[in-house]
Write a protein that binds this ligand. Structure first.
Ligand SMILES: O=C(CO)COP(=O)(O)O
Length: 215
């Protein structure tokens, strides 16, 4: 199971969380990545933890003020990028172009979607992975795997029907080892989470609890 922690725009210390994630990944052998704000990619990558961008723009170099170039995210140390997060929705054509931009820059891609129908649509764009995250469960206390298990199994089936090389992750409300195990049992090969770590008093303890079943 891959554990991808999205720090969103939460007021946590990204480097402290990154150090904790790096240590827990080393100790447990579980693949853990941190997706900080673009401005923090280099500092987070410097800790040695696998680092992802939260978004990259569909454009390449040129007159595009305010964009986050895939090439510059990669140069700063990112190894992958989220795209089309529920809090940063994109047009289908732009998701397509951002997947291409990320691939050009050597970034792994994970395209988020609200439901299994959208998972099928974005899987057709050929990303490395897709993540189903029901918006109404994001930031809550109940994990998608227990609140809506069908959405995870249906997302796995939808992606497989389009391209069985695309990995399927799930996210929303995931914070414990039990949530991770439930996601695994439903066929997800990774989880996306944010508040369970970024808002935790002790992010390292939260990550240790999360990966405990995988040890
Ligand atoms: O949006 C998410 C991860 O990208 C999920 O957020 P929470 O883990 O806070 O529900």
């Amino acid at each position: 199971m891959f554990v991808l922690v999205n720090l969103k725009a939460y007021p946590c210390d990204p480097v402290a969380v990154a150090r904790a994630a790096h240590d827990v990944a080393e100790e447990s052998g579980v693949r853990i990545a941190i997706a900080p704000q673009a401005a923090d990619i280099a500092a987070v990558a410097d800790t040695g933890v696998e680092t992802w961008a939260q978004h990259v723009s569909p454009n390449g170099y040129g007159s595009h003020t305010g964009s986050t170039l895939a090439e510059r995210a990669a140069a700063a140390g990112a190894e992958g990028t989220l795209l089309n997060h529920s809090e940063n929705r994109m047009k289908l054509a732009d998701i397509d172009a951002s997947v291409e931009a990320a691939e050009r820059a050597g970034l792994e891609t994970c395209v988020c979607a609200n439901n299994p129908e959208q998972i099928g649509a974005v899987a057709a764009l050929g990303p490395d992975s897709v993540a189903v995250e029901p918006p109404e469960l994001i930031g809550g206390d109940v994990s998608v795997a227990s609140a809506d298990p069908d959405i995870v199994t249906d997302a796995v089936a939808a992606a497989e029907a389009v391209d069985d090389a695309v990995d399927v992750y799930c996210g929303a409300g995931i914070s414990t080892g039990d949530d991770l195990t439930a996601a695994d049992d439903l066929g997800a090969s990774g989880v996306l989470l944010a508040s369970g770590v970024a808002k935790a008093d002790d992010p390292k303890a939260a990550l240790e609890d999360l990966v405990a079943p995988l040890r």
